[in-house]
Write a protein of this length. Structure first.
Length: 91
């Protein structure tokens, strides 16, 4: 539920995941799609914020891959299904 967190907290959570991950371990993160994952939905993706989701719009614009790369993890997969995205990163 990264979209429920403010950006600075998402960054700290990513850092902590990388810190506790064992060598050769993998992090798998599944959450909502972001801008660019389904371009046909980009124009309306921010409207979800109207349903009491105060951090959602910022989440849709946050570079999650960069957060994990910055922490020393390597991107492995990105899977988009409907309005859900899964990312995996290896240590």
């Amino acid at each position: 539920l990264y979209h429920e967190l403010p950006r600075e907290v998402r960054s700290r959570v990513s850092s902590e995941m990388a810190r506790v991950l064992k060598p050769n371990g993998m992090v798998v993160l599944t959450d909502s799609i972001q801008r660019g994952d389904r371009p046909s939905l980009d124009a309306n993706i921010g409207k979800f914020e109207d349903m009491n989701e105060p951090y959602y719009v910022d989440y849709t614009q946050d570079d999650l891959v960069e957060q994990f790369v910055k922490e020393g993890l390597t991107p492995v997969t990105k899977i988009v299904a409907s309005t859900t995205k899964s990312l995996s990163f290896a240590k």
